[in-house]
Each structure stands twice: as structure tokens, then as C-alpha cells.
Design a protein around this ligand. Structure first.
Ligand SMILES: [Zn+2]
Length: 355
């Protein structure tokens, strides 16, 4: 496999990353980040596992990155996404791995957010010949197929010109994430994407530029009690086979994305990988992995989070309440859980950047 320079990959290099994953039978975890703590923990874990990785921002994550307190939420979301991406650009090469930068679900209301980010990348591309992100996502799966594909084509035309990709969604991911989706649609038949819709999307989008497809096979955002999620990865195979047959392509022509990867069983992951999934989104499990060790720390040293100096023993607690202490404990929680994902997705040791 040809090798890539470490750092953020876009355009042909990004597509090479996708191709290598599919041909190699592995996928990359796509981690939703909200700050430098989560970004650095992802870079650290990817480097330790000698794997490339996908870092992404939801609109809510971008807003948080830009500052939750700012009242101009629109521009905070735009600037937060740009700021996070710039942080990744500065550090990815330093960690010696390839990083793809994505934005996550953008519904109809969030199209202006995506367009503002595209505009930024267009300016950057005109100036430096590279975009800021590798791919943006449009999630118009709750709109009509016509609207979904028309908007996807409109944006992909702009993205293709600046070496960027687009991720689209057909069929909905259940559950709720950052205000998108709802938790009471678990029995919705739209949780299973129709192969015919995938075929039509491929016929309309692939001549324009590179795109990836979040096809639903019962996926749900969040982690629920067992029995509430019925994953059917064979849905992905039906779509791949139809496109292969109708468009006369090779095996697994669609570049598929697995949403709602948290809490998934290994046999479902394995089957999804065999059907051309190159990216699995993981958010909820890592939120918990960050929070739990901090909770444990507070439980172990309850007084250190109430007093600067112990009122009885006069012991100073500075080393415990120093944010670098408890935030690092959270970062290590992310590293532990994410390391497991690199193994589950079979991407450990597969970085395309030379060691
Ligand atoms: Zn998702």
C-alpha cells in the first residue's frame, strides 16, 4: 500500500485512506470531539495504536469548542469548527498519523452552517490549494429523497472542486444525538435503508464527486438496554450488490459509514466491515469513558473537590483539584475505550503514514 504523509488528509489522499480500509477489511473510528482534551486523547490513542483516525465535530460539539457562553450561536458553531480543525491540522503531523476531518449530522436547519464552512475551505483552497476539512455531512434523511439528493448534489458540486467529500444519510439513524433525531422512533421502518435509494444516490452523486453513505441498518445513536436495537447488517450487502449489478462496478462499490457504533456487538461490526464499511462513528461510549474515571476520582477524594486545604488535617489538595489532574484522568479513559475500538475495527497497526 502506498504511503501518505502524516497529517490531515483530503481529496485523493482521503480517498486512498477509504480504499485501503475497505480493501484491508478494516474501518476507522470516527470520534466526535468537543475540545482539546478529546482531540488530544484521540490523536494519542491513534498514534499508540499506529492507526489513522477520523475526527469529527457535530454542530453542538463545534459550538462547545467555540464557547458555550457566546450568544451568537451560529458564528460560534462556525468558528468553533474552524478552530478545532486548525488545532488538528497543527498537531496531527506531530503525532505521526493520518487524520481525516469530518463534520457530523447537519439537518436542513444546519445547511447554512455547512455552507459557511465550505466557504471557508473555498477561500483556503484558493489561497493554499487545500481545504480545511476532508468531508462534511448532510443528514437530510428525514426530508424527501428528492430534496435530500438535490441538496447533496448542490453541495457536492462545490466540495468536489476543492478536493472535499460529502457524507450523506439514507434511512434514519434512530435515537438522538445533539438534538438531531428522537428517542422514540426505535420501531420506525425507516431505520432500514432501501437498496433502490442507495442505487439512485450512487447514480446521481458518483459522477459529481466523492461521497460516502450512512445507510441505516437499524443503527441507533446512544446506548440502550439490550433488545431495543435490532441491527441487520445484511441490509448493507443488499445495497452493495444492487449497485454493483446495476452500475457494473467491482465488489462493495459504496463507501459506507456505520453510525451509532457505541455498544455494538463484535459480530455486527465484523459483518458491517465485510460489506464495505470504512468508518464507524463512536460518541456515546467515549463520553462515558471520559466521565467515569473523573467520577471515580471525585469519589476517591471527595474533600479535594470541596476544600483547597483539608479542614481537619490541613493537607493541601492542589494536586488533585488541578484541572490537569482530573481532565487527564478523563483523557486516559478515552484512550482506554478507544484503543478497544481500534482492535474491534481491525485498524490497529494499519496507519498509511510511515512509522
Ligand atoms: Zn450519526
Amino acid at each position: 500500500m502506498s504511503q501518505l504523509n502524516p497529517g490531515v488528509v483530503t481529496g485523493k489522499d482521503y480517498q486512498l485512506l477509504v480504499k485501503a480500509a475497505k480493501e484491508g477489511g478494516y474501518a476507522l473510528p470516527a470520534v466526535n470531539v468537543v475540545g482539546t482534551n478529546s482531540i488530544n486523547a484521540v490523536l494519542e490513542t491513534a498514534a499508540k495504536n499506529n492507526s489513522d483516525v477520523i475526527i469529527q465535530l457535530s454542530s453542538g460539539g463545534a459550538q462547545f469548542y467555540g464557547g458555550k457562553g457566546h450568544t451568537d450561536t451560529f458564528n460560534t458553531r462556525v468558528l468553533g469548527a474552524i478552530s478545532a480543525a486548525q488545532h488538528v491540522h497543527l498537531l496531527a503531523e506531530h503525532y505521526g498519523i493520518c487524520v481525516a476531518l469530518h463534520t457530523d449530522h447537519a439537518n436542513k436547519e444546519l445547511i447554512p452552517w455547512v455552507e459557511a464552512l465550505i466557504e471557508y475551505s473555498e477561500d483556503l483552497y484558493a489561497d493554499q490549494g487545500v481545504p480545511l476539512f476532508s468531508s462534511h455531512m448532510l443528514d437530510l434523511s428525514t426530508e424527501s429523497l428528492e430534496f435530500n439528493l438535490d441538496e447533496s448534489k448542490r453541495l457536492l458540486k462545490r466540495l468536489a472542486k476543492i478536493d472535499m467529500s460529502l457524507e450523506i444519510e439514507l434511512g434514519i439513524t434512530g435515537g438522538e444525538e445533539d438534538g438531531i433525531g428522537s428517542e422514540d422512533n426505535i420501531n420506525n421502518p425507516n431505520l432500514y435503508t432501501q437498496s433502490e435509494d442507495c442505487l439512485r444516490a450512487h447514480q446521481e452523486l458518483s459522477p459529481i464527486g466523492h461521497y460516502s453513505l450512512a445507510a441505516s441498518f437499524g443503527n441507533v445513536h446512544g446506548v440502550y438496554k439490550p433488545g431495543n436495537v435490532h441491527l441487520r447488517p445484511e441490509i448493507l450487502k443488499l445495497a452493495q450488490d444492487l449497485v454493483q449489478q446495476e452500475c457494473n462496478t467491482g465488489l462493495n462499490p459504496l463507501d459506507l459509514v456505520f453510525h451509532g457504533g457505541s455498544g455494538s456487538e463484535q459480530h455486527h461490526i465484523d459483518e458491517a466491515l465485510s460489506h464495505g464499511v470504512f468508518k464507524m462513528n463512536i460518541d456515546t461510549d467515549l463520553q462515558f469513558a471520559f466521565a467515569k474515571p473523573i467520577g471515580d476520582l471525585v469519589e476517591k477524594h471527595p474533600k479535594a473537590f470541596k476544600y483547597q486545604v483539608d479542614p481537619e488535617t490541613e493537607q493541601p489538595y492542589k494536586k488533585i483539584y488541578d484541572p490537569r489532574n482530573f481532565l487527564r484522568v478523563g483523557e486516559l479513559g478515552i484512550c482506554d475505550r478507544l484503543s478497544q475500538s481500534f482492535i474491534d475495527l481491525k485498524c490497529a497497526g494499519k496507519s498509511l503514514a510511515p512509522i
